[in-house]
Design a protein around this ligand. Sequence first.
Ligand SMILES: C[S@@+](CC[C@H](N)C(=O)[O-])C[C@H]1O[C@@H](n2cnc3c(N)ncnc32)[C@H](O)[C@@H]1O
Length: 269
Amino acid sequence: MTDPSRNIWGTDYKIPWNDPDFSRRMLNEHLSQQHDLASRRTEWIDRQVAWIHARLLAAQPSRVLDLGCGPGLYSHRLARLGHACCGIDFGPASINYARRHSPEGSVCDFILGDIRRVGFGGPYELAMVLYGELNAFSPAEASAILSRARASLSPQGLLIVEVQSADAVEAIGRGEPTEQEFQSGLFSDRPHRCRTENQWLPDHQAAVQTFIVTETRDSQARVFRSTTQAWPDDSLVGLLTAAGFATPSRCEAWPRNTDMLSLWTASTR
Ligand SMILES: C[S@@+](CC[C@H](N)C(=O)[O-])C[C@H]1O[C@@H](n2cnc3c(N)ncnc32)[C@H](O)[C@@H]1O
């Protein structure tokens, strides 16, 4: 049973990605070439950036806004191809990495800030929200972020947003609980156990995951939660249209290594 009084979009239902220790551990996950958990592996980022450059930006120097940029893996590559990039993320370790690794002589600006609040600047020819991050915001937050992204675009501007498929989000929520042991990982630098419990909330079209983390030498458990919004196609089209975008459509040509995410494009007119 869902407790109707709980706020599934409150701070208790977000993993504190912006906490310095979490952010430091998360950076390792972004850069790891063992998995695609926080960012994709290099090979796929290279393919996707080449596609954005050729197919969306017609290989013309453009201004690009990268919302939830992580360590700047996309912005760095686009900047090397001659684009001027502005990346925004609230993870301090990621932004420090992004700044330190900006290609020499490129126009690459990285802002440490919460995309629900910080100004986006502009104008840009392309704004992007990649790797399912939009699903981590409440519908009201997602709507406000997209409206402000729309306002930051030039008259010919384009938005790309890569969303988790509604089926994938529901499958997360309906997943069986799991128990895993780690020597170190996202939740702790020390050996720990993580039990993950999942819940699908049909009324909200959202999945809630609860992570119960116990360090081996300390029996006290810490609990983290994370809510993921499902966006069935028609709801996503409605969200993008309400934010002022025209012609939202799923892009089948986007190079991708999973069916759990798909790319949507939308224009300013
Ligand atoms: C799944 S990662 C994707 C990173 C990058 N786009 C990529 O594909 O390599 C999502 C990123 O969004 C950031 N993020 C989450 N909520 C945010 C917020 N409210 N403001 C700014 N960044 C946020 C996280 O810190 C993380 O770096």
